[in-house]
Each structure stands twice: as structure tokens, then as C-alpha cells.
Design a protein around this ligand. Structure first.
Ligand code: AMP
Length: 488
């Protein structure tokens, strides 16, 4: 593979601040990585461009060049081949992160949804940082169709224990409980399968310096959507990376403004936000290249399954809602605004993973086109201050999140089906709100929705709080999920 990178450098795009090291790589006191360390791959990786190395999980490497913050030159101990690899895929061989069963900052909710997947059988397990105690860990184990969680205690001698037996390391604890039962029904068998790939900063090694890429190596294979901003295509970059390509309607936004916004979007890296990978801005139509999500938009995904044996179950609905809140909390933390949050702008991937898409884009569309085209302006998702004064903030995103919750719980139902767009504002001004979703007996969820629809934006919760509430949702019920029949 050669000549895959565009040479036209857009300097403003390349001054992105890079994180020094991800949490899976322990740095020395001066920020450097100590020499002579062996690193191990946590995932499989297929090299995407010239000079990159492909490898399998558990393969080990010597580090040859660490001068870039995100891509290191390594030599595989197995194949002796040399090349660059994204450092999010590797960990120091002696660190806790390198253990196949250690999932770091993984929430209880995430552990439950991963462990019940078919890739995992009885006894699959993971250890994660405890959500309640800094420096403490929890052990989550699949037991038949449910998941049990154990707190791992640590005494003053730094010994770990789940039962009365004490161990000097988590490795020793895991080894022991692979041979001996923790309780009458629980024994560790194999580490939970890793279902999410890490979020890499770049599309490929050759786009580090230049993420304005050459459009001739993008192949548009099949049109999969026609959105507000243009067409969406299923495509490939460099013949090997599957990507979604959004082609922007000519003259729908200014290239300079788009690039300014894209710079921010590129920096928002979170597992529940669609990753913007590259752009083509030098000719019309401009392209936005992002990660591809196999199962399409959430509204269609929910609707298609409604009333079938594959109808999305209640605990998955909650998990989806929690993931969206988590992605939006990242947007909130970065002082950014989505402006068009709705189920149609949430995309679904494998294993019920969802990611928020199209953040920030609506701001760029020519306002006259946006506001005048009835189909474009999302009246039923817009907070009153947006409808009356065009005021948009993270708090109007919170309002839209409440509508999105309604969409999730009604399996893609249309909000206010009895109202035309023009009627919505006056109805809201009388104090009217969407009713509790049909069949949803759980008032707690409806209370969350009502909180997001407070007239005063400042009285609406933050996404951080929403995320916590949804993460906590099942904890209140113990380790069992609520009866799915209750809310379907
Ligand atoms: P949008 O312009 O964002 O409304 O997208 C229109 C449609 O294209 C969506 O409803 C999805 O079905 C599809 N789509 C958009 N982005 C992606 C993506 N990153 N991966 C897969 N499908 C996508």
C-alpha cells in the first residue's frame, strides 16, 4: 500500500492537542515510557496504511520508537516484523491493564450487558474499578443468565479478598478462583470477551499529520441514507477501513466554518460518540468520514423490532438510554452542544452499543434553510426557548434527551402523534407534556423525563446526573433486572 495520504495540509486542523498517554500505558515520572519494557496487545488490529503493523490480541512487542504520542514503532516478538501501532491497543505487559480480565473504568451496567452476551458463557468474568470506592475493585461474574457482582476488599497489608482467603495480587486471586468456587454457584472460567474496540485518535498512521484525506482513495459503495445534510454512504477508506461517508449538500455550509467545527468534533473522543475520522473539504461535495455503525439509526432499529420476538428488551432500552446520557455527558463536559439530539441521530452497532452522531452539525447549516425547511427543524425535540428565541444550550439538549427517552421506551414512537408541529409550542406553554409511555408502569423513569422538560432550563438535570440515574437504575433493584414485562 502506498501513496494513500493527501499532501494538501490544512494546518489549522493539525494543531489538535494530543493526549500524552492513554491510561493503559504507564508513563515514567517525566512522562516518558521506561525503556526495555515489553508491551502486549489487548485486541486484534489490522494495519490500515503503509508502515502499520497488523497483530493479534496477546501478541507482544518491543518498543522501537515512542516519539509520537499515539503511534509507536514496535517490533513483534512473534513475527519480528516492525511497524507502527496505535497505542490504545497495547499495554505494559506487567501492568494490570494487560490482563485480559481487567476492564478498568467499566461500569456495573456495562459489565452486565457485556457478560450476558452469547460470546460469554457461565463463569465468564471481569474485574473493574469499583464505582463507589477509589482504588477498589469489583468482580463481575456470569451465573447462568444473570450476573453477580462481588466487592474485592483490600486490607491494610494490601491483600485482596472476596471471601476469607487473602491474596497478594488480583492475578493470584483470579488464579485461585479459577480452581476453587467463590460460592456454591460461582466459579471463574474465562475472561469476558472484549466487545468494544478502543477509540483511536486517527483514522490511520498516515493521517496523523493530515486528516484532510485524498478523496480518490475513498470508495462509496452503497448509499444508505439521505439525511438533513446530504447523502450517507457505506464506503471504505484505502480499501480496508469500513467507514460512513456523509456527503454535504453543496453550499449548505461554509468550508471554513465547517473546518472550525470539525476540529472540535474530532477532539470529542468517547465510546458513545461517533468518531469523526477524516474530512475532504477541498472540493464540493465536502465529505465527513466517520466510523461505520452496522445497525443504522436507533429509531429504525427500535421500530423494526417492535412487536417481533426480537423486540428490544426493557433492560436493553435502559442500557441504550444510559449510553446516550454518557456520550452526552462528555459533550456537556467539553462545553459543546448537540442541537439535534433524537433517536434518528443515535446509531447502533454490534452488541447493543449505541453512539450519538451529528453533534454540532445543525449549527453549521445555513440557518434560513434549517429553520424554513419544515422537515429539517426538529420542532418536537426542541425546548420552548429554542422554539421561541432560538436559544440552544446543553439544557435544550437535555430537553431533547427526555423526548429521546420517550422514543426509546415506545420502541421508536413518534412524540405527540396527535399534534402538528405548529401546535406543539402553544400546547407546551399550557403546561402539557408527553404522557407516560404506554405500558411503562415505572414512575421513576417518567419522573426523569418530566425533569428534563422543566420550563426553566436551569432546573433541568445535567447529563452527568442523568447518566448516574440511569446507571443506578438497576442497582436499586439489587443484581436482578426489573421484570421486563413491567415497561413494555
Ligand atoms: P443522517 O444524515 O445522519 O440523518 O443519516 C441518514 C442515515 O444514514 C441514518 O439514518 C443511518 O441509517 C445512516 N447513517 C448515518 N451515519 C451512519 C454511520 N456512521 N454508520 C452507519 N450508518 C449511518
Amino acid at each position: 500500500m502506498g501513496g494513500v495520504c493527501s499532501t494538501g495540509i490544512i494546518s489549522q486542523l493539525n494543531n489538535l492537542k494530543r493526549q500524552v498517554y492513554p491510561s493503559n500505558v504507564e508513563s515514567g515520572d517525566d512522562g516518558s515510557v521506561p525503556k526495555g519494557k515489553i508491551f502486549v496487545a489487548l485486541y486484534d488490529y489490522e494495519g490500515r496504511s503503509l508502515n502499520e503493523l497488523s497483530f493479534s490480541a496477546q501478541e507482544t512487542f518491543d518498543i522501537l520508537d515512542r516519539s509520537d504520542d499515539n503511534w509507536w514503532k514496535v517490533q513483534s516478538r512473534k513475527t519480528k516484523e516492525e511497524g507502527f501501532i496505535p497505542i490504545e491497543y497495547i499495554a505494559d505487559d506487567y501492568s494490570l491493564t494487560s490482563k485480559p480480565w481487567y476492564f478498568g473504568k467499566y461500569k456495573r451496567r456495562e459489565a452486565e450487558s457485556a457478560l450476558v452476551l452469547s460470546q460469554n458463557s457461565k463463569g465468564s468474568f471481569l474485574i473493574r474499578d469499583s464505582e463507589s470506592g477509589a482504588g477498589l475493585y469489583s468482580l463481575s461474574v456470569r451465573v447462568e443468565k444473570t450476573v453477580k457482582h462481588f466487592r474485592i476488599k483490600k486490607d491494610e497489608d494490601n491483600k485482596f479478598s472476596v471471601t476469607e482467603n487473602k491474596f497478594s495480587s488480583l492475578d493470584a486471586l483470579v488464579g485461585y478462583y479459577k480452581k476453587n468456587k467463590i460460592s456454591s454457584t460461582v466459579k471463574l472460567y474465562k475472561p469476558c470477551a472484549r466487545i468494544e474496540e478502543p477509540c483511536t485518535k486517527d483514522l490511520a498512521y498516515c493521517t496523523i499529520e493530515n486528516w484532510e484525506v485524498d478523496r480518490s482513495i475513498i470508495e462509496l459503495k452503497k448509499q444508505i441514507g439521505e439525511g438533513n445534510f446530504g447523502e450517507v454512504w457505506d464506503g471504505t477508506w484505502n480499501g480496508r477501513v469500513r467507514v460512513a461517508v456523509k456527503t454535504l449538500k453543496p453550499n449548505s455550509m461554509q468550508p471554513e466554518e465547517f473546518l472550525e467545527e470539525a476540529k472540535i468534533m474530532k477532539n470529542l473522543c468517547h465510546k458513545n460518540l461517533i468518531k469523526l475520522l477524516a474530512v475532504c473539504t477541498q472540493e464540493e461535495p465536502m465529505y465527513i468520514i466517520s466510523e461505520f455503525m452496522k445497525k443504522g439509526s436507533l429509531d429504525v432499529y427500535l421500530k423494526k423490532r417492535k412487536g417481533t420476538p426480537n423486540q428490544v428488551k426493557f433492560h436493553v432500552q435502559i442500557n441504550i438510554a444510559a449510553q446516550v446520557a454518557s456520550g452526552m455527558a462528555h459533550i456537556e463536559m467539553n462545553k459543546y452542544i448537540h442541537r439535534d439530539l433524537a433517536a434518528r441521530n443515535v446509531l447502533v452497532g454490534e452488541n447493543n452499543i449505541v453512539k450519538v452522531a451529528d453533534f454540532g452539525l445543525s449549527r453549521l447549516v445555513d440557518e434560513d434553510i434549517y429553520m424554513s425547511t419544515g422537515s429539517m427543524f426538529p420542532v418536537k425535540w426542541t425546548a420552548p426557548e429554542g422554539l421561541t428565541h432560538r436559544e440552544f444550550s446543553i439544557k435544550s439538549d437535555v430537553w431533547a434527551y427526555g423526548i429521546l427517552l420517550y422514543e426509546i421506551l415506545t420502541h421508536g414512537g413518534i412524540p405527540y402523534p396527535e399534534l402538528f408541529n405548529e401546535q406543539v409550542l402553544s400546547k407546551l406553554q399550557t403546561g402539557y407534556r408527553l404522557p407516560i409511555p404506554p405500558g411503562c408502569k415505572d414512575k421513576r423513569l417518567y419522573d426523569i423525563m418530566l425533569d428534563t422538560w422543566k420550563v426553566n432550563p436551569m432546573e433541568r438535570p445535567t447529563f452527568e446526573i442523568l447518566q448516574e440515574k440511569l446507571d443506578l437504575y438497576f442497582k436499586i433493584e439489587g443484581s436482578e433486572y426489573l421484570d421486563p414485562k413491567k415497561c413494555n
